[in-house]
Design a protein around this ligand. Sequence first.
Ligand code: FES
Ligand SMILES: [Fe+2]
Length: 376
Amino acid sequence: MAGSKVDIVHVGRGNPAGEWLRCFWQPVYVGQDLQAGWAKRIEIMGEHFTLYRGEGGEPHLVEDRCPHRKTQLSTGSIEGDDLRCFYHGWKFAPDGSCLEQPAERITKNSKVCIRSYPVREYLGLIFAYLGKGEAPEFPLFPELEHDNGYPIRARRTELRHNYLVRVENDLDEAHVHFVHRRSAGLTNEFSVLPEGFDAQETDYGILRLTTRDRGGKKDVRRKYFIMPNVSLTSPPPATELDNWAPHLGWRVPMNDETTYSFIVSRNKPREDFDPKSYPPAQEIIDAILDGRMRIKDVDPYHPRLFHIQDSIATAGQGRIHNDRENEQLGRSDMAVIKLRQIYEREISALQSGKPIKQWKRPKEMMIVGFFPKAAE
Ligand code: FES
Ligand SMILES: [Fe+2]
């Protein structure tokens, strides 16, 4: 069960898991970090791209290098919605067609083109479809469109390990009792070790159900995992300064060794203190992994406390954890086992040219009752 016959770890183009993950829309950048008239070189699943925003505000995604002599296109200039290469001025439209090659005296009908990718901006993130053929239907999340009275916040965090351990962490309820038990939170949500674990494959992915006994009363926590790498939940407040808030997380490989966590949430802004007055989360994670600091020394009010806690566990599994054959899985790993079975099934199907499952989520909201806390 623990072992994996299919490579579900490596994500470069041509790798089985990489090809499967490219069948889905994925977030690639935070919208507000890309201003009109700017281009950025980005890396997603081991490939580089040029992401730019036209002068009118539309985002576009094209390949990394100019086809002429292969310089980095992100150093070029933006003219309207077009991108002109810095080196010899070849100009490309957002659909990849080459509009001008000035020193070649070609100003139209050029045979040259670059790859371009469908892009969409939603919930503060820029998404792209990097796969073959027509892009699938764009996935919407009414849970985060719903206005809970707090502003929507989108952010990207770099995680220094392979994507799969972070995806598995999303399915792992037993860890919360140990990893997140120490916080300034007034909640005691995680103080009880779950007794019942269940994970069901659904039309959208996995419904994870965890039962806790709270003084004789059974309490079932639901968590939704949307294929292939999206976690939808309503985590408890880390501190009394926080609120129960809907929370969407995509774990997108930057490459095999590094992962982007794209988060969209609607949290109560912490107005009464400056998050910059806390040391950067990565410094703390590195110090703990190096033995220069202990977990119990982390300020329980640190605004990235949950991220720090999860990252110590997942980065602690190694930069690329690829030794699943020798793990000792138990009953509490049921959802992780289910995830691996689905990944292996779908990735093998794609590899052998068989149809893959077309995941579909319900149109209605999957978590409700955000005030004062999410429905269980
Ligand atoms: S390298 Fe881009 S125009 Fe020459
Ligand atoms: Fe966690």
